[in-house]
Design a protein around this ligand. Structure first.
Ligand code: ATP
Ligand code: MG
Length: 244
């Protein structure tokens, strides 16, 4: 994937949240965004997925220049997974996945079912196909959200702390699902507090603090942080990445 941000600014009211963020990435498969609470990670992800607009500056994701692109056509080509469950509660797992395929991507019912069932099978969820979301565990439900966003074969998948509402066992389940994305060469950008996971899954790291990108580079910078801020952040997370 290609991500090009030029002087991106975003404020809520009079509070600046992203302060002149610029970065130019090419040929990355999986980008992890880390940083302390309030750094602006989710805000950046919302801008990248065009759920919100920048105040100024430009964002390009692959060939899409976001402020020149219609939201609806962009949404057809990307996926977004939030931290808590966002399945439609009144629809079965299968319907949750086929709905967008049928309504937005104009697939026939049969085609949509086929795509959905294949994906559910691939992610060991086929037994859940006819259940309503409230009969799933938190981990299953989050995995279905990921499968749903994959069904449209997005160019890029944006994941915002997809495991933060889960207990450690379910967390592993979901993280394994995300690792599978990597095997499939599906590009993704993930905001995560799971540093060991980031190390395994991502090829590029962005560290944010106070609305700015403080440090970025190949994921291996986790083992050799240059900035005091990243060093401090890593030691606060109690993980010595040199030893893992
Ligand atoms: N819709 C909003 N309205 C007003 N302020 C907001 C809004 N969304 C975020 N903020 C503020 O912007 C700043 C950055 O928030 P953001 O959610 O991007 O941080 P984050 O890095 O994702 O943090 P966390 O790790 O806690 O999820 C915070 O100070 C937050 O209070
Ligand atoms: Mg956040």
């Amino acid at each position: 994937m290609e991500l090009i941000l030029k002087n991106v600014m975003k404020s809520y009211g009079s509070t600046p949240v992203l302060k002149d963020v610029s970065i130019h990435l090419e040929n990355k498969f999986a980008v992890a965004i880390i940083g302390p609470s309030g750094a602006g990670k989710s805000t950046l992800l919302r801008l990248l997925s065009k759920i919100e607009e920048t105040d100024s500056g430009t964002i390009q994701v692959n060939q899409h220049v976001l402020n020149e692109t219609l939201s609806d056509s962009y949404y057809k080509q990307i996926g977004f997974v939030f931290q808590s469950h966002t399945l439609f509660p009144h629809l079965s797992v299968l319907k949750n996945i086929t709905l967008v395929l049928e309504k937005v991507h104009k697939k026939s019912k049969q085609e949509a079912n086929e795509i959905a069932l294949n994906l559910l099978r691939k992610f060991d969820l086929e037994d859940q196909a006819n259940k309503p979301p409230h009969q799933l565990s938190g981990g299953q439900s989050q995995r279905v959200s990921i499968v749903r966003s994959l069904a449209i074969q997005p160019e890029v998948l944006f994941l915002d702390e997809p495991t933060s509402s889960l207990d450690p066992v379910l967390k592993q389940e979901v993280l394994r699902t995300i690792l599978k994305l990597k095997d499939d060469h599906a590009s993704f950008v993930i905001v995560t507090h799971e540093l060991l996971f980031a190390k395994k899954a991502a090829d590029y790291l962005i560290f944010m603090k106070d609305g700015q990108i403080i440090e970025h580079g190949d994921i291996s910078i986790l083992a050799k942080p240059q900035s005091i801020e990243l060093r401090e952040f890593l030691s606060n997370e109690f993980i010595d990445c040199n030893q893992s």
